[in-house]
Design a protein around this ligand. Structure first.
Ligand code: CU
Length: 153
């Protein structure tokens, strides 16, 4: 029968200990943010538009969306929807290993003081600013006024 060399066993134990230490080291955990599914329904109003997207966080630490801006709007505000009534929010949390969803009927972005009225087929540039992570710039396509992302129409 072969015996395992003692040095190898000790090395394996050490690697195991390091892996465990890495897992529990929350001090170095960071948010890892990415944006998916951005779109703006073509606005019916000349001065206001809505926008939707999802911010995913693959990292082990929470981050916070603190502001949004766009080249087409004088101001972009963030709203939640509760019981059919929308309410402006100054920030939205993005949980560790979670996501922040802006979708029709729920949280949404409001593009106010439009510089021009975005048309279907165009793209608007949206910049997201976070408490800890660097800003993300998103090219948001303008879809039909009745676009539904689950059907793609
Ligand atoms: Cu709103």
């Amino acid at each position: 029968m072969r015996r395992r060399p003692a040095a190898l066993t000790a090395a394996a134990a050490l690697v195991g200990a390091l892996a465990l230490a890495g897992c529990s080291d929350s001090g170095s955990a960071k948010a890892e943010l990415s944006v998916s599914g951005p779109y703006m329904p073509q606005p019916v109003s000349a001065d206001m538009a809505a926008g939707f997207l999802t911010v995913a966080n693959k990292g082990g630490a929470e981050d916070t969306l603190t502001s949004v801006s766009s080249d087409v709007a004088g101001q972009v505000t963030m709203h939640s929807t509760m019981g059919g009534a929308m309410q402006e929010q100054s920030s939205f949390a993005i949980p560790a290993h979670g996501q922040l969803v802006f979708k029709s009927g729920g949280n949404h972005l409001m593009f106010e003081k439009l510089k021009h009225q975005p048309k279907q087929g165009q793209t608007v540039t949206v910049k997201l600013t976070f408490a800890k992570s660097g800003p993300l710039t998103v090219e948001m396509p303008v879809k039909s006024a009745t676009y539904n992302p689950s059907t793609g129409h």
